[in-house]
Design a binder for this molecule. Sequence first.
Ligand code: ADP
Ligand code: MG
Length: 233
Amino acid sequence: MIQIKDLHKSYQMGSNSLHVLKGIDFNVKQGELVSIMGSSGSGKSTLLNILGMLDEADLGSYTLDNVPIKNLNEKVAAQYRNKFLGFIFQSFNLINYKNALDNVSMPLYYQGMKRKERTDKALHYLEKVGLADWATHLPSELSGGQKQRVAIARALASDPKVLLADEPTGALDTKTSYEVMELIQGINDEGKTILVVTHEPDIAEMTKRIVNLKDGRIIDDRPVKQILAKHHV
Ligand code: ADP
Ligand code: MG
């Protein structure tokens, strides 16, 4: 699903250059649930943003579902992003003045889907994350865990090939974090490929493979015996 070879990324700050990714080699097969671990500043978000086509590498290659991701213009990149990728963020990134249903259905609008189909689909995914009764509520009326569930429903609604989650439990208490991980594990069990960035070892152990980043390099990449979140919620 994902093939990355010798990826490099630097940030330019005035006359200084910060070399953040220093040659990343990394493949992900369809159906994997992978965590990317590392301390703050190790380059996790930079890597995830490149995988998410929100940013581009300076060097190296990236292939997503057999499509080489290179020198795409913004319009084509946006199309691929919509078609291939779903995003989940630490801070949920919901639109505050839109209710849960509209937050989930909005990306479908941009795909040109008709209103009825959009609404049906959004309701289906809200149901899937256990929030059917909250469809008409604004984000401000939802708990942190519920907001993240809405964000997950939104990410799933366009049936992406890969879900990319950057610290999805970073703003949640432990119990709520494990509930969100239980949901993520369930989605993975249905076959979805998922990458989770986290700096929390207990969250990483709920995935099936842990990739450890340090100072822009992968220092460890191994399968783990998955801890089931439902035993801990
Ligand atoms: P992580 O997600 O592991 O905490 P990041 O990928 O966000 O790490 O950041 C890696 C390094 O790159 C950090 O030192 C950070 O300050 C720097 N960095 C991240 N984004 C930018 C940017 N847009 N401009 C300049 N430096 C950045
Ligand atoms: Mg980060």
